[in-house]
Structures are given as structure tokens and as C-alpha cells.
Ligand binder design. Sequence first.
Ligand code: ADP
Ligand code: MG
Ligand code: ZN
Length: 600
Amino acid sequence: MTKTEALKKYFGFDSFRSFQEEAIEASLAGRDMLMILPTGGGKSLCYQLPALLKEGVTVVISPLIALMQDQIKALQDRGIEALMLSSVSSPDEQNRVYERIYNDGSLKFLYVAPERFASSRFLEMLSHIKIASFVIDEAHCVSEWGHEFRADYRKLHLLKERFSNVPIAAFTATATPKVADDIIHALRLHNPKLLKAKIFRDNLLLSVTKRVGNGYKQVESFVSQHKNESGIIYTFTRKESEKLAVYLQKKGYEALAYHAGLAAEVRSDVYNRFINDEARIIVATVAFGMGIDKSNIRYVVHMSLPKTIESYFQEVGRAGRDTLMSEALLLYNSADEVQKREFIKEIADENYRNNAYKKLDAMYTFAVSSACRHQYIAGYFGDHIEPCKSLCDNCTKEKQEQVDITRPALMLLSTIYRLRQNFGQNYVLDVARGSSSARILQNAHDRLTVYSVAKEYSKKQLEAVCERLFDLGAIVRGEHKVLRLTQKGVEILKTRQKLFIDKDRYTPQQIKSIHAEYETQQMEEYDIALFEELRSLRADVAKRNNIPAYIVFNDKTLKEMSIKHPKTKEEMLAVNGVGEVKFERYGKEFLALLLEKSAT
Ligand code: ADP
Ligand code: MG
Ligand code: ZN
């Protein structure tokens, strides 16, 4: 069987996506590999397809049980044998799995958590069977410089030490060049094939807006433009996730809270209702979503600033895995950054702490940046791309009236300077605005020449000016969040260079979804009523088979059916996402529905 035949037969797809063929070839040639491809890029197929063409078992190391379960379900549903060994299986279940590994030649995949490699029984078993390859999923967990370091992943160097002839393929969506290097060394990869897509998700519309108050009104306005679409809203704390969920419920939305503090049954119930399209909105802490393979998530909202660009990119990447246009909205406030710095302060190890500060600074600069959002993220991961032109708020924003902020900017720069670059933003603003707080009087800062120079400006305006100064690289935050001037800041101060800001940043406005235009474009192309009927049949089939809806067929496949109106088995197989196995299992029912519709 050729690669393309296997693609159609097992996965029902007609063509490979970028980098998939190269990855499969490297794997078939027995090479080590590191693949960095954005979330939703199709990494699983890169190890699953070659595994089917190779002899032996592919051992997949994955950080989360829920993630493994999803993958196994999806494989079994395509008629492929896959098992997992996890800490939740009872000794009996484990014995049965071992039995099958030894005796069942048809087993193709074994999923395990990294902790498993501490077990001598497991290692013993591996030395007796034919292993086709090792796969490290979510490989950024290997690196101490990554954002989700896991000590058990670090120990995986034993793979090469013990099984030097078995190729290793490592996959991640997010790795800076430093992290990529670290992964290669930590796993002892030998002359690995490197496959790295430029970090750019061309179906994600990114926007960032200042949060007004608690941001509820903004979220409400946003979700009202996404009725009947699935979305995730990330909050910083558990309590906030519950509060916001209740708020949205009162406004008539099917919103559910999800966080690590809920009982396991509640959590899995919420998860399943979301996966099966029974609840549209999940309001969650970041405990939700790692490895989630719901393909029709149409938006992700962040209620406050994430800690790193890595986590932000991974979280927004959960939207639009079916490649249809999707949207990400980040609401932030300058207090978020200060709050997050407080947490970082607690990190004992100096190296880690400084690393965490750097990551947070990059995240904050992203939020206040007036450059292309996609370009900024790509740059962070070491890639250069052109401005997206149409996929982010900064690129699509109409040319704004410019407000001259030279005066207040110079006032703030001198205040920072006069305060010997030793105070945080709030203090700087208070001095510049002439507050008579006890601390200022105690420090005798009311006697500085800059005291109350900027009293004619509101705090909000001065905050906007500060953001612009961050954006321009004129100031940075140092230890203990003090504001410092950079070389550039000093120059601005000396030359009294003119500075401008977009009018809407100086006076924040209500957000508007940039999704609306795309939606109308896409809507014209397919039969909405038919699509809805196909969706309800899918919900029904999913329920009967006790599997998530997207595993039956994803939205994109259903949309294609509603455009092409297939009337025969052959026409059905020509639809992307319909393979032989799935056709036999579910496709027939869909074909029957389509025939019935075209008859009437
Ligand atoms: P990743 O692990 O890179 O985040 P997945 O492997 O989960 O992404 O794939 C994301 C989605 O893309 C899945 O729904 C998968 O079925 C689909 N997909 C992967 N490869 C193809 C392809 N060649 N054609 C169409 N869809 C694909
Ligand atoms: Mg994946
Ligand atoms: Zn852009």
C-alpha cells in the first residue's frame, strides 16, 4: 500500500497537509525526527500512518490520560488496534494489556505516560517485542525552558540508551529555537530530520482589547456574535470561571464552568457535553483543553493576560482545527501583568524565575503591541513572516486618527528618571499626577520637580501612554516591577522626539467581532438547513455509539457533504474525511439522509 492509499483507506483524506509527507518518509526511512507544527496542523497522522505501514508496535508517550483516550478512540474507530497502559488501569486490566502485547500480532499502537518507563516490568516487556518507533507527543514537556516542563519527560534519554536502534519521533506545537535544541539533546536524537512549519495559523483571527471593568459586557457582546458556535473562555481563577459561567447562563447562553477543583464526574460530564455539542461555551481555567481534539471550536477568549506566548498560542490554537475561520480574543489590563509578576516572585530558582519574567514581558509586549499579531508570535518562535494583512486587529484596523502624546510621554519618562528608575508603574503615575499618598510624602517625592506635572491627564490616559512606551521599547519592567528607561527611552527624552498613539488606544472602545465578514462569505457557499440536519444526525449517531461527535465526522466534512450532495458510495468516499471504515460504520446513514433530501 502506498502512503496516499493508506491516507484514503484509514483516514479518508485525499491529500497530505504541509510537512506530513516529509514526516512520513522520514519515519519510513527509520530516521529520528523533531516536528514543530502548530496545533491542528495534523501531527498525529505523521506517526499514525507510517506505523500502519511498518512492522511492530509504535509506542506513543503522551502526558495526559484524557489525551490518550481520545486518540485511542479515534484509532479504534478507524479499525486500528490501539491500547494504553496507564496509572488508572487496575492490575487486572494491566495484565490483560500485557497479555495482548505479547500475543496479539495485530496491535499497532501502545500509548503510555512517561512515568511508565520507571517500571521494570514495562522495560522488560519492551525488550521482548518488536518496536517500530517511539513517539514523544507534546515534546515541549521535555525542556526545562519550555512552559510545561515535566521531570518524567526529562528521563526519556533512556530510550536511546536502551533501545538504540529504535527511531524516535518528537512532536510539539510550540518550541522556541532554544527549546528545540534542548529537546534534541535531552532525547539524544541522532541526526534528526527537522520539520518546522512557520508559526502561523492562517485561519485564526487574533485580536487584543483592553478589558473594561470585569470584561463581562465585552464577552457578552463577543459571544452574542457567535451564537450556536462552540467556544472556550479562559479565566485566571476557578472562582472567576464559575462567576462568569453563571453570568452567561443568566443571559441565556449554554455556558458551563470547568476547573481542577470540580469533582471528577462533574468534570468529565462537562467535558463530554462540550465535545458532543450539547453545551456551547466552556468557561475554564487553563486546566481545560490540553490535547483536546474537538475540531469545531470557533473561538477562544482570554479574560486576562496569559503567562507566556507559548501558552497563549497553544490555547488559541485549540480553535479552528478543522481549518475553518476561527477567532481569538484577548482581554487584558495592565494590572494583570503586575498580578502575574507576584506569582513569579515566589519561584525559588533564580534562573527559572528570570526566565519566567522574560516570558511574561514578551506576553505583555504582545498585548500592547501595535504590530501584526501573527508576525509578533512568529518572531517570538524565531520565524520571520510578513504582516498578515487581514487576520489580526492591528492589520485590519482602519487607519486611525493619531493623537500626539509627546507631552505626557516626556513627562512620564522624566518622572521615571527622577525616581531613579526605582518604582513601579502605579507609583510613577501617582507622582506625575500629584497624589499626596502617605508613601509619596514619606519619600519626599512631592518635592521633586516632576511632582504633579501630568495632573491634567487622567490615570487611564497615562496608562495608555505607558503602554505605548512599552510598545516602542522605550521602557521595560525590571526586578520588583520597577519601570526603567531603555537606551531608546533615554534618546526620546534627550531629542524630545514626537510620539503618537492610535486614537482608539487612548480612549478604549467596545470590541467588534472581525469574524462577521468571514462568516457571511462562508455561509453563502453551503446549504445551512441541510448542514444542520447532518449535524443532528451526527449527534444521534455519536450518542448511540457512545463516542464524541467529531469522531463520527467533523464539521468540515459535513459542510462538504452539504455542498456536494453525494448520492452514491463513490461520491461519498470522495468527500474529505470519509474513508472505507467510516463509510461502512456511519457513512451509510448519512448517505441515506442525503438521498432522502434530494428526493424531496
Ligand atoms: P495536532 O496534533 O497537530 O494538533 P491533529 O493530529 O490532532 O493535530 O490533527 C488535527 C485535525 O486535522 C484532526 O481532526 C485530523 O483528523 C485532521 N487532519 C490531519 N491530517 C489531515 C489531512 N491530510 N487532511 C485532512 N484533515 C487532516
Ligand atoms: Mg496532537
Ligand atoms: Zn496582522
